[in-house]
Design a protein around this ligand. Structure first.
Ligand code: NI
Ligand code: MN
Length: 226
């Protein structure tokens, strides 16, 4: 049993019963987060890419919890250079951690530390295999046909898909992604945080259900069990 809590944007906390993980912990400047960065407990922080709205409060949370940060190589090396514990991975690589397996997938996007205009390697999606559950966090990405391959190679229970458009997939592309991934359940993310990405999750849900898949619009700050 996994407990997943959505903090808005692309930030998800996952509790395995033993470990607490957080993906893309953008909390402080995220109007939908119902928690403060200082309150977050994390053993591991997983990052899809370096943009502000994903790296977010990583440094504060890592410091408070002595957490290890799992990220693409260049971002990981940067974090190590700043004194953090970090494990670097490449696209297509998988590794077993104490909580489960992490595999990085492609994502069609970019990755930089905007404040310093520093290149931070390739953006990624993350496939998490914990116990008998598989979660795919797409990161920020446009639609890509290889999602079919990701869905063929893994049995995805829950796909976390950006629907906000402009920077990532919009609703119709994300519905197509759910179809390609052949996931059991899709949940929307990366919407409603800024005016520019204020798409309607109910429309996404309706369209996902019309192709025979489940969709859960995760409420902010309330744990959901899968
Ligand atoms: Ni981004
Ligand atoms: Mn983003």
């Amino acid at each position: 049993m996994l407990k997943i809590t959505y903090h808005g944007h692309s930030a998800f906390e996952i509790n395995t019963g033993t470990y607490n993980l957080i993906i893309d912990p953008f909390i402080t400047h995220n109007k939908n987060a119902k928690i403060k960065a200082a309150e977050i407990k994390a053993d591991f922080i997983l990052l899809t890419h370096a943009h502000n709205d994903h790296i977010g409060d990583t440094m504060e949370i890592a410091k408070n919890n002595d957490a290890a940060i799992i990220a693409v190589h260049e971002l990981s090396e940067y974090l190590i250079s700043k004194g953090f514990k970090s494990h670097g991975m490449g696209i297509g690589g998988q590794r077993a951690f104490p909580f489960g397996k992490v595999k990085f997938t492609i994502a069609h996007h970019s990755s930089s530390l905007e404040s310093e205009n520093l290149y931070m390697g390739e953006p990624a999606g993350i496939v998490l295999s914990i116990g008998d559950k598989t979660i795919y966090h797409a990161g920020d990405t446009g639609l890509f046909l290889d999602m079919k391959l990701i869905g063929e190679m893994q049995n995805i229970d829950l796909a976390l898909l950006p629907i906000g458009d402009n920077y990532t997939m919009g609703i119709d592309d994300a519905v197509k992604a759910a179809e390609f991934l052949n996931c059991k359940t899709a949940s929307p993310m990366h919407y409603a945080t800024f005016d520019l990405i204020d798409t309607n999750p109910e429309e996404f849900k309706r369209k996902v259900e019309s192709i025979g898949k489940q969709c859960v619009i995760m409420p902010y700050g309330e744990p959901l069990e899968i």
